[in-house]
Structure formats: structure tokens, C-alpha cells
Design a protein around this ligand. Structure first.
Ligand code: HEC
Length: 190
């Protein structure tokens, strides 16, 4: 038995070695891509949130709805063309139809919900994976008190009216602080 095992012990690492190196290479690239993606997410949030806060202050939530509806896709579009990454927002309860997740995104969003139910905070949740030659990255977005103006169960009548006008099929309601509202979803063709 020993004499049969020995050649395997010697030979196997030699066979596996190139694969190990490739795997390490991919890992190193992945770490870099993940960092890039995280930077883009930060830019997205960093550009959108001040716009939202300003709009809320200037004209209240009903006014801010139209600002959000214009600014969010514009920022996503600008980041996509600046970086070459596909950048979007997704949610299991999408307000905008373009935010309906694909199968991979849906799986990760469900996983985020499970983790949140288990006590993890949204801020720490992100996941990266190479799928069909694309590097995919998804970062959870948690509900803060600011968000409740437009995503809670009970909304001001004018907010309700403004939403009904623009999003007759709106499902992005009923959230409480700390829940996962959705996620930033990024991908890059490798
Ligand atoms: C002033 C109202 C308002 C506030 C406040 C607000 N949102 Fe939204 N949210 C919207 C609107 C309107 C859309 C749809 C935008 C569009 O058409 O692309 C939206 C869409 C989203 C989406 C994209 C997915 C979807 O359902 O279409 C996410 C994710 C999201 N909001 C998260 C948040 C988070 C997190 C906060 C708090 C930091 C927040 N929102 C605060 C109005 C608001």
C-alpha cells in the first residue's frame, strides 16, 4: 500500500501545481477586481445619497422621488461608461422594473436576507464570483431611517401619490430599518 501511495504523493503535486498557480493568479486578480468594484459602489452611493438628502431638504420626499428616479440611472450610466463595468441596482421587491434581479442576483439577495435575519448588518455583506466568463460583484444596501421616507409601509399621502403616478406596480414598500433594501450589482467581462 505504501509503495503504491508514494508515487502518487510525489507525482500529484507536480500535476496539480500548474492548477494551483492558476488558481492563485485568479485569486490575486479577484481581489483586485473586488476592490475596483467596491470603489465603484462607494462612488455610486457617494454621489446618490447627497443628491437624495438635498432633494429631501429642498422639496420633501415627493420632490425627491423624481430626483432619485433621474439621478440614480444617470449615475449608474456614467459609472458604467467611465469604468467599463456594468453597474446597476437590484431588489427582490423592485420599484423600477429595470431593478428586477436575474437568477444569480436573486440567489445572492436571498442569501443576504438570510444573513440579515441571522443578525449580520448589511454594511458588511458583499459577494463576488466568476460566472460564465464574467466577474460578478454584489453589495447589499441596508435600510436607514432616511430610506423609510419612501420605502416604509406607511408613507405620507403626497409620497404615496407621487409613487403611484410613476410606479403603478411599486413593490418597494414595507421595509424597516436594518433590512436589505436591495443591492448594487456589478459585472465585468473577463
Ligand atoms: C425620496 C424617496 C426615496 C428615498 C428617501 C429613498 N429611495 Fe430608494 N428609490 C426611490 C425611487 C423613486 C426609486 C426608483 C428609482 C428608479 O426609477 O430608478 C428607488 C429605488 C431604489 C433602489 C433600486 C431598486 C428598485 O427597487 O428599483 C434601491 C436599491 C433603493 N431605492 C434603495 C434605497 C435606500 C437604501 C435608501 C436609503 C439610503 C433609499 N432608497 C431612499 C425613492 C427613494
Amino acid at each position: 500500500m505504501k509503495s503504491r501511495l508514494l508515487p502518487a504523493i510525489v507525482v500529484l503535486p507536480l500535476i496539480l501545481n500548474p492548477f494551483i498557480q492558476t488558481a492563485n493568479g485568479v485569486d490575486a486578480d479577484s481581489a483586485q477586481l473586488k476592490q475596483q468594484a467596491m470603489g465603484i459602489v462607494k462612488s455610486f452611493g457617494g454621489a446618490l445619497k447627497p443628491e437624495l438628502q438635498k432633494a429631501l431638504q429642498d422639496g420633501g420626499p415627493a420632490h425627491a422621488i423624481s430626483v432619485c428616479a433621474e439621478k440614480a440611472p444617470a449615475i449608474a450610466g456614467r459609472l458604467s461608461s467611465d469604468t467599463g463595468w456594468m453597474v446597476k441596482r437590484v431588489s427582490l421587491k423592485a420599484r423600477n422594473q429595470t431593478a428586477i434581479p436575474d437568477a444569480w442576483e436573486e440567489k445572492q439577495l436571498r442569501q443576504f436576507d438570510r444573513r440579515q435575519a441571522g443578525g449580520e448588518t448589511a454594511a458588511k455583506m458583499a459577494y463576488a464570483e466568476i460566472v460564465d466568463g464574467r466577474f460578478r460583484f454584489i453589495k447589499a444596501q441596508g435600510v436607514e431611517s432616511l430610506c423609510l421616507n419612501c420605502h416604509a409601509a406607511e408613507l405620507k399621502p403626497e409620497v404615496e401619490a407621487a409613487l403611484r403616478l410613476k410606479y403603478p406596480d411599486d413593490r418597494a414598500r414595507g421595509y424597516t430599518a436594518g433590512q436589505i433594501r436591495g443591492a448594487f450589482s456589478l459585472s465585468l467581462d473577463l
